[in-house]
Design a protein around this ligand. Structure first.
Ligand SMILES: [Zn+2]
Length: 122
């Protein structure tokens, strides 16, 4: 990958990160009556959700949007790390190059389309 391409993806990632961070602040501002549970660190909240197989439906709805935003932010952070390490654009599973169209649409994608499909099939 050319440095200019890489810088383009980096710019997209940083912009998306900015946008999602603002969204997260908005989500928090919308919930002034946050209970103790919502005070948890965002990363531990995510783990909490993943581990608690039987969260109540109500709680699931409350957290789903925030969860999506957090997952995306985590993916972006990892993609930025891969840019620094020089492994950006390579599938983290099989090391094949991730298609340019895929990176253009999802610059934080860590898997090539084949591995992604395999993952989705379980
Ligand atoms: Zn792959």
């Amino acid at each position: 990958m050319k440095a200019s391409e890489r810088n383009g993806y980096k710019k997209s990632l940083l912009e998306e990160k900015e946008r999602l961070s603002a969204a997260l602040e908005y989500l928090h501002a919308e919930n002034p009556g946050a209970d103790e549970e919502q005070e948890l660190e965002l990363s531990s909240l995510q783990e909490h959700l993943a581990e608690a197989g039987s969260v109540t439906l109500e709680r699931e709805i409350d957290y789903s949007l925030e969860e999506v935003v957090n997952e995306r932010l985590a993916a972006i952070t990892k993609a930025l790390e891969r840019i620094e390490q020089g492994s950006f654009g390579l599938c983290v599973s099989c090391a094949a190059p991730v298609a340019a169209e895929r990176l253009a649409a999802l610059p934080w994608a860590s898997l090539c389309i084949d591995c992604k499909r395999r993952e989705e099939r379980g």
